[in-house]
Design a binder for this molecule. Structure first.
Ligand code: S3P
Length: 427
């Protein structure tokens, strides 16, 4: 069913938002808990459908899970994970598909992975290539090995030393998860530091792993082993907080707070970008946890490089900020935007043009000529193309501007099922 959602312009915005638990950490907590022997607890897990898909899959593979109040309790598969007779449905979630490929690499037998229409267009060759070097067979469709996938895992994988060609935490993580079942230490090299949740969480669960910064990148070395059960406490998702940071900055009467976030350096690059644009947005300490505060601001254009926001998840909402700024902003080297839940390079340009500012693409660079104020946005319609971040970016533009009608809004539940309710509570 296609859901059409209307968001009206808000006169003023005040309040505090608790965003869902971090999506990246939630997926990894489920995967590592399933691999571990014993009982793990996950507090504050994301309530999004992406993470729910990972939860169903680890259950199919032999972990036992139940809810205990707000916690998820996971009994790892003592005797090791097993092949599921049914397809493993990753739905809309690239993180699920790529990380589960890494997990299954060490589980002997034939596994079948499927996804929705958006995920079935996304390249899986980026995980197939390193996993095949480790001894896995992975079949997908066409050159990019898109889903549906068939993967044959093996109990004894070859250790590799691999330089990840794309800045991708998902690829890095797939190799590290596979490396747990390798015949020696694996080395993963990244040219740009991407989010470190996998390394940090493997270390916390007792796996021998080192990580060294080299220039703008990292070299990670992992010894094979089995993670120990752990109590995971999942902080709020900074990529969701970014929507409220931009909303506060571009709205003409707003003060907003977001509670307790993962503030690791690779995740909060958007805060520095907004500050450079003149935004009164900052990370703040609230009772021992890092939160975010944003207020009405006057924004001006800036130049943004992909390495400032590794994974480029916050680029669509930063394009909305650039559309409300004075001057021409440029987002450089944005090729990774094309292979997200939708082509976000095209989608971000389409969004900016729909709301009445001007955007254009030159190669992998995206230019946005702002209108100087979100009050200059027009009331517009937008098709979110099965992409949760495009839904939320359009909604923020409508709320700070003159309203928006979004087609395909149900996909917001991939990461943030209560987004529209939380937004409405602020006005
Ligand atoms: C994620 C990595 C990023 C990001 C995604 C979550 C992760 O993808 O876009 O939302 O949890 O590892 P890439 O690794 O493709 O950059």
């Amino acid at each position: 069913m296609i859901v059409v959602q209307r968001v009206e312009a808000a006169d003023h915005l005040r309040g505090t938002v608790r965003v869902p638990g971090d999506k990246s950490i939630s997926h990894r907590a489920l995967l590592l808990s399933a691999l571990a022997s014993g009982t793990s607890v996950i507090s504050g897990i994301s309530n999004g459908h992406d993470v729910a898909a990972t939860r169903v899959i680890v259950g199919q593979l032999g972990a036992r899970l139940h809810d205990d109040d707000n916690d998820v309790v996971v009994e790892g598969a003592d005797e090791g994970l097993r092949v599921s007779p049914d397809d493993l449905d990753c739905e809309n979630s690239g993180t699920t598909m790529r990380l589960v490929c890494g997990l299954l690499a060490g589980v002997p037998g034939e596994h079948h992975l499927v996804g929705d229409a958006s995920l079935s267009r996304r390249p899986m060759d980026r995980v197939a290539i390193p996993l095949e070097a480790m001894g896995v067979r992975l079949e997908g469709q066409g050159e990019q090995r898109t889903a549906p996938l068939r993967l044959w895992g093996s109990a004894r994988l070859r250790a590799i030393d691999y330089s990840v060609p794309q800045p991708s935490a998902q690829v890095k993580s797939a190799i590290l998860l596979a490396g747990l079942a390798a015949d020696g230490p694996c080395v993963v090299r990244e040219a740009i530091r991407t989010r470190s949740a996998t390394e940090d969480m493997l270390r916390a669960s007792g796996v021998a792993i080192t990580s060294e910064s080299v220039g703008a990148g990292r070299v990670i070395e992992l010894a094979p082993g089995r993670p120990l059960a752990h109590h995971w406490r999942v902080p709020g998702d900074p990529s969701q907080a970014a929507f409220f940071a931009v909303l506060a900055a571009i709205h003409d009467d707003a003060t907003l707070d977001v509670l307790s976030l993962d503030a690791s350096p690779e995740r909060v690059g958007f805060v520095s970008v907004l500050q450079r644009m003149g935004a009164r947005v900052d990370l703040v300490e609230h009772g021992g946890a890092t939160g975010l505060r944003g207020e009405t601001s006057m924004l001006h254009a800036t130049e943004i490089h992909a390495h400032e926001i590794p994974s480029v998840d916050e680029v669509p909402i930063l394009c909305v900020a650039a559309a409300a700024a004075t001057g021409v902003s440029v987002f450089r080297e944005m090729s990774e935007l094309r292979v997200k839940e939708s082509d976000r390079l095209e989608g971000s340009a389409r969004l900016v043009n729909a709301l009445g500012a001007r955007a254009w693409i030159e190669g992998d660079d995206l230019f946005v000529e702002g209108l100087g104020s979100a009050r200059q946005f027009r009331d517009f319609s937008f098709d979110a193309a099965l992409d949760h971040r495009m839904v939320m970016s359009a909604a923020i533009a409508g709320c700070a501007g003159e309203g928006v009608t979004i087609t395909g809004a149900a996909t917001v539940a991939s990461s943030y099922p209560t987004f529209f309710r939380d937004l409405a509570l602020l006005s």
